[in-house]
Design a protein. Structure first.
Length: 188
């Protein structure tokens, strides 16, 4: 049964439960395009655990594919992460268009909570320039979080262990920034 499979896959912790990705997730690229109601598959899976959580965060890889569409279709809101790197800006227009398409056709209640800068290094002109470009280009229509996620190798390491950054390295600045952003989103 689907409910039992989802519950078995959840890694419980004292701070945040995680449903880690596996290599099998890559099979979705082959299965999703031919599935009936393919935009709603994740919604069908999450209905088995939705009532058990106040918040569910879905971390998607960058890209405008069917997995991202599924995530946007099931979500109440979206935070758009942007790497503080010139290449990080390249897909931002596409992501905004994808969100608008999902709002029009699949999930009219979807809202954008904001743009979040990640892998930020405050001591570089490049990162500060990217922050300014994001605020100037998108800030008039999309909230840009003042808080940013500082670059930390721990962010990349935590998923390897199937745990959240709050369990893996709770004292680093990046973990504290994520907690502040989560609080800001919850208070809205």
């Amino acid at each position: 049964e689907m409910s039992e499979m989802v519950h078995k896959a959840i890694v419980k912790s004292t701070t945040v439960d995680v449903l880690p990705s596996t290599a099998k997730l890559s099979l979705l690229d082959k299965v999703l395009p031919t599935a009936t109601c393919r935009e709603f598959i994740l919604k069908g899976i999450l209905k088995h655990i939705k009532s058990e959580y106040d918040y569910i965060f879905i971390d998607c890889h960058p890209g405008c594919d069917l997995f991202a569409i599924n995530a946007l279709t099931v979500s109440d809101s979206v935070i758009i992460p942007v790497e503080a790197h010139p290449l990080g800006l390249e897909g931002l227009d596409q992501v905004e268009k994808l969100i608008a398409t999902v709002q029009r056709h699949l999930n009219p209640n979807l809202k954008i909570d904001g743009i979040l800068l990640t892998k930020f290094q405050n001591n570089t002109n490049c990162c500060r320039d990217i922050r300014d470009v994001v605020k100037n280009s998108f800030g008039d229509r999309i909230h840009v979080f003042d808080e940013y996620i500082k670059y930390s190798i721990n962010i990349a390491e935590a998923p390897e262990f199937g745990i959240s950054i709050h369990e893996y390295a709770p004292k680093i600045e990046a973990a504290q920034s994520y907690a502040k952003i989560a609080l800001e989103v919850m208070l809205r």
